[in-house]
Design a protein around this ligand. Structure first.
Ligand code: ZN
Ligand code: ZN
Length: 347
């Protein structure tokens, strides 16, 4: 089968590899019908994910059809259409039992697919702990609608949930990349009074303005004044930092009002400074981390009900055999690209 493979730093290549097989009774093998490219894939390509193992098939954002299941798998059957969760988790350890699946203590726990084990930019993928890692897609939901459920939409849903947003709030969201846009949709589900999206790229600000006319947009320059003049208590009541740019962590806490919750979803390239003397008396609460992606069934229900729709993010579609061109477009942000969908090989 075709599998896009991490060869070495700076190099991915489409190779012919054997089709994966069940290795553990809790595994399933999924025929990938649609996958996507994530910024994290680029981080692997450029050597900034030391855990990534050369030789693995990349890709961790995908949907497909269950091909085979191990004897201990009980929640999905061959023929089921499923989303695949970016995180591998056992469902039984201390952290999993609390819903903190990002910190699953299993040796395969956390981000394994397309990083430490073969992933989904391929015709087939083996998914460990299939009862936890796969979620059945309702019949009324298409592959394109479900594509981001296991990764960037899971992140947005989790972030909006921990951000403690209430209906009187002015919410500031930093970053309108793919994960920021998923987070925005999940923030809007909480119906806050106002949402301000800060984004550097004018094309992405225009995308927000076009699809979410109720949202205010602003560039980072002059953001503090903008937020102060569009909020009721001298700053945002809740801030979600999804940009990860050199200045956005500082902007996040500066634009927050006293006693606000600042939720940091972004992954930074460099350490950030928490200047406690400067923020003394502001009494902020910071929440940080990687997604606990265990609520895929809830997000699929919201998609089925028409309350979430991430299909406008899919600006381009390529077949798997042309994935090289898809990466080139995504990496160099050409042609207004937000997300690229990769269609599986015809069965
Ligand atoms: Zn990802
Ligand atoms: Zn666990």
């Amino acid at each position: 089968m075709l599998a896009y493979t991490y060869i070495k730093e700076g190099q991915f290549r489409l190779l012919d590899k054997p089709k994966p097989v069940i290795q553990d009774p809790r595994d399933a093998v999924v025929r990938v019908t649609l996958s996507s490219i994530c910024t994290s894939d680029l981080h692997i390509k450029h050597g900034s994910v030391p855990r990534a193992v050369p030789g693995i098939t990349v890709g961790h954002e995908m949907v497909g059809v269950v091909e085979t299941v191990g004897s201990a798998v009980s929640t999905v059957r061959p023929g089921d259409r499923v989303t695949v969760n970016v995180e591998t988790f056992c469902g039984q350890c201390f952290f999993c039992r609390h819903g903190w699946v990002n910190n699953c203590t299993d040796s395969n726990g956390g981000w394994a697919l397309g990083c430490r084990i073969d992933g989904g930019q391929a015709e087939y993928a083996r998914v460990p702990y299939a009862d936890q890692g796969l979620t059945r897609i309702p019949d009324s939901v298409t592959d394109r609608q479900a594509l981001f459920v296991g990764d960037i939409l899971a992140t947005g849903y989790w972030a909006a949930d921990i951000a403690e947003i209430s209906p009187e709030d002015t919410v500031l969201l930093l970053g309108a990349g793919p994960t920021g846009l998923c987070t925005l949709q999940c923030v809007l589900l909480k119906s806050p009074r106002r949402v301000i999206v800060c984004e550097q790229d004018p094309l992405r600000r225009a995308f927000v303005a076009q699809h979410f006319p109720q949202v205010l947009t602003a560039p980072p320059e002059g953001l503090l004044d903008f937020v102060r003049s569009h909020s009721d208590h001298g700053g945002a009541d809740a801030v979600l930092e999804v940009a990860g740019s050199p200045d956005t962590f500082r902007l996040a806490w500066q634009c927050a009002r006293p006693n606000a919750v600042v939720t940091v979803v972004a992954l930074y390239d460099a350490p950030q400074t928490l200047p406690l003397p400067e923020m003394y008396g502001k009494n902020l609460t910071f929440k940080t981390g990687g997604v606990d992606g265990c609520r895929c069934a809830e997000t699929l229900d919201l998609i089925a009900a028409g309350k979430l729709d991430t299909t406008p993010l899919i600006t381009h579609t390529f077949p798997l055999r042309e994935i090289e061109a898809a990466y080139d477009l995504f990496e160099h942000r050409r042609d207004g690209v937000i997300k690229v969908a990769i269609t599986g090989a015809e069965s």
